[in-house]
Design a protein around this ligand. Structure first.
Ligand code: DGL
Length: 355
């Protein structure tokens, strides 16, 4: 074939590919930060419930969904590879530092975090308080391993990348995408131990839907749930002050509560019954601990509704703080970050109403 003809064909081919190349070049840069979980898990049988979480590396999790490359330029990083019941503050600090760095250096237009579902809501809320940029940060996971029939991980990951790549996902705070729904980090909870539709936000409902990658937001997040939610307190140390949670129940032994209060913790979240109520005996123990300098937050074991000030408990008298609509596990996260600085209790209480 003569050189002229070859040149003409090459030019024609480039011309034909140009739209595809330019479309690919214009795709957003999405960084997938993997932490493990069922979405990286595998089981021996497609119909058996037994499986092991956190066995696949991030490359394999991404490679299982080649369609991701149609909607974004994907790069993966392995933060850790654990079942999320083993999630730790050190991984939270690593995630927050890496996400802030990626956005500060302009290396990503959005971030997706693949995560076990057991503590996904906690990581999401921690990041909502510590990521200082309005670019999308989206957490997702799966309730079934990829080896199972009707596995949910691939579509959850595809939808999470679609949300992270969507322009209207900015300034909505950290988001959670599970089962075609988009949730705010502040309100979302895992409400079912095994069902693919495990996540919900009963207070605010989902912020929107993502259906085969098509993103629609149906409401603004709670005013507290934007990137401005970031606590300007920042993170000063390699770890955070120890805060414990005690789950209240009928007939709770006050000595157990006293032992935990005296264990060296800096804060206690008491997940009381009803509107965050302790028993009389526990109230006496918490009042003494508060007087001795422990920061006590009244939360509730009840799944929905706020814990309100001075209802059945005289919070002003005992110096207690209420968690408002934060679950006990999220109330703990806010208290850890707030305790890094010697804030007056009135300022910490404001954070619960505003963050
Ligand atoms: N061990 C659980 C976790 O890693 C598996 C649950 C899941 O990821 O869906 O959170």
């Amino acid at each position: 074939m003569n050189k002229y003809l070859l040149k003409k064909m090459t030019f024609a081919l480039l011309l034909a590919l140009l739209p595809l190349l330019s479309a690919a070049a214009s795709l957003p840069d999405i960084r997938v930060l993997a932490t493990g979980g069922t979405i990286a898990g595998s089981g021996a049988s497609a119909t058996g419930s037994a499986y092991k979480a956190a066995v696949s590396p991030v490359e394999k999790v991404i490679a299982a969904v080649p369609e991701l490359n149609q909607i974004a330029k994907i790069r993966g990083e392995q933060i850790c590879n654990i079942s999320s019941q083993d999630m730790k503050i050190e991984y939270w600090l690593k995630l927050a530092a890496r996400i802030n760095q990626l956005f500060r250096l302009g290396l990503a237009d959005g971030v997706v975090i693949t995560h076990g579902t057991d503590t996904l809501e906690e990581t999401a809320y921690f990041l909502n308080l510590t990521v200082a940029y309005d670019k999308p940060v989206v957490l997702t996971g799966s309730m079934r391993p990829g080896s199972a029939l009707s596995a949910d991980g691939a579509m959850n990951l595809y939808n999470a990348v679609a949300v992270a790549a969507a322009e209207n996902s900015r300034n909505k705070g950290v988001l959670v995408v599970m089962n075609d729904r988009i949730y705010s980090a502040r309100g979302v909870k895992k409400c079912d131990t095994i069902n693919p539709a495990a996540f919900a936000d009963h207070e605010n409902g989902p912020l929107g839907r993502v259906n085969y990658g098509k993103v629609t937001f149906n409401t603004r997040p709670d005013k507290r749930h934007t990137y401005q939610s970031t606590l300007k307190l920042g993170i000063f140390a390699a770890t955070l002050p120890e805060v414990a949670i005690i789950h209240g129940y009928a007939g709770i032994n006050p000595q157990i509560v006293e032992t935990i209060c005296k264990s060296g913790i800096k804060g206690l979240v008491y997940a009381g019954v009803g509107n965050g109520n302790p028993s009389e005996e526990v109230l006496t123990v918490l009042a003494k601990a508060s007087a001795d300098g422990l920061t006590v937050v009244r939360a509730s074991r009840v799944p929905d509704g706020p814990v309100t000030l001075d209802a059945e408990v005289d919070d002003a008298k005992y110096g207690f703080i209420v968690s408002d609509s934060l679950t006990p596990q999220k109330a703990r996260i806010l208290l850890m970050l707030a305790l890094q600085k010697q804030l007056p209790k009135s300022e910490i209480q404001r954070l619960y109403f505003e963050y």
